[in-house]
Design a protein around this ligand. Structure first.
Ligand SMILES: [Fe+2]
Ligand SMILES: [Fe+2]
Length: 359
């Protein structure tokens, strides 16, 4: 990282340290625990979600959240190894103390459902004793990209639990929402740290694809039996895929800063996974792009944005409606092509693109 880039990252982290938002005070949850009434919860689970599933959801959340120190150790060691004092400070001073409060509400809910504290503590100790199999790279750029995606996923996860409990147990839903809001902060912070690194060194943009292709939630190594059910549970919790996909694409566009990079990312992922883009295999599409000198990546990126309802992000710059800039003929043609392509980037492909980052 250039000296200028490191200084900028230092400023971002100093800003976070100054204003980390309202952290959770564990006493807040202890008070709610006093009269937490979970009696109606099991009787009003969404259709298809069994009691065992619900317990599994709570345990997966508690066990992955309780392993904060395992993640913190890994991030801090690598931050020091790569001379990234800013990432060490962020992890040590803000992220870790914040994350340490997240397992508590889930433990409380399980206790109210009849689980003995000693039994839950034993499971927590066992999980903390496991090692994290992280395979998405150890440079600061890999780590912040991984952080951004995993915080995005946990944000959605706690949000789905909040939705599910809203009516049957508002106090438990409140605690889940409180944790969700902290995960939103984390996601935004990791997004900003990732964006600054790419701004300072555009060559790092390719690491986003590397992380997405190797991404696995921490639960995959810490609680594998539970984590493998997470995709099914999300569907049963009526997780709203459309807005989540849109949010993820927006997040990626924010860090990559150019539709061309977004297009390249989409096509790299499709090619590596052997998926199709319209009538072409991902590999043939990628070869065609390379022959065209890579100019088509911008169009693919714009089409992806349009297919997610984010076309206005590029219209502002290229003379689309509402931009105040008159569109000339080549730009009009480009927009037509983009729309044609956007319709072919079917929902199914976008769903696979998103699912990779959530389960
Ligand atoms: Fe968390
Ligand atoms: Fe988090």
């Amino acid at each position: 990282m250039s000296a200028g880039g490191s200084r900028q990252l230092g400023r971002v982290v100093a800003g976070i340290e100054r204003a980390p938002g309202k952290m959770i005070d564990p006493a807040e949850f202890a008070e709610i625990m006093e009269d937490l009434d979970v009696s109606g919860v099991l009787a009003s689970l969404p259709g298809g979600l069994s009691e065992a599933d619900f317990i599994g959801i709570l345990k997966l959340t508690m066990l992955t959240e309780c392993a904060t120190e395992t993640f913190a150790d890994a991030i801090e060691t690598n931050a020091l190894r790569h001379d990234a004092g800013w990432l060490f400070r962020f992890t040590h001073n803000v992220w870790t103390p914040d994350e340490l409060t997240h397992a508590t509400p889930y433990k409380y809910i399980l206790m109210r459902l009849g689980f003995a504290e000693s039994e839950l503590d034993r499971e927590i100790r066992e999980t903390r004793g496991r090692s994290l199999e992280h395979r998405s790279g150890v440079t600061p750029m890999h780590l912040t990209t991984y952080g951004m995606l995993s915080e995005y996923a946990t944000d959605k996860w706690h949000g789905a639990i909040h939705q599910m409990l809203r009516r049957s147990c508002p106090a438990a839903a409140y605690m889940a929402a409180r944790v969700k809001r902290r995960e939103t902060f984390h996601r935004v912070w990791y997004r900003d740290m990732t964006a600054v690194q790419i701004q300072a060194n555009p060559g790092l943009a390719r690491y986003v694809g590397e992380v997405m292709l190797t991404f696995r939630m921490p639960g995959a190594s810490l609680a594998p039996e539970l984590q493998k059910e997470a995709g099914r549970w999300l569907t049963l919790m009526e997780w709203d895929f459309e807005p989540a996909a849109k949010e993820l694409i927006r997040l990626l566009n924010d860090v990559l800063a150019e539709p061309g990079r977004l297009g390249r990312l989409l096509m790299t992922i499709a090619a590596e996974r052997g998926e199709r883009i319209g009538p072409l295999s991902g590999r043939s599409a990628q070869r065609a792009m390379a022959l065209a000198g890579g100019a088509g990546y911008g169009l693919v990126g714009e089409a992806l944005l349009e297919s997610a309802g984010l076309g206005y992000l590029v219209d502002v710059h290229d003379g689309g409606e509402g931009s105040g800039v008159p569109a000339n003929e080549p730009l009009k043609l480009r927009r037509l092509l983009r729309t044609w392509l956007a319709r072919r980037l079917d929902l199914d492909m976008r769903s696979r693109f998103t699912n990779r980052a959530t389960t």
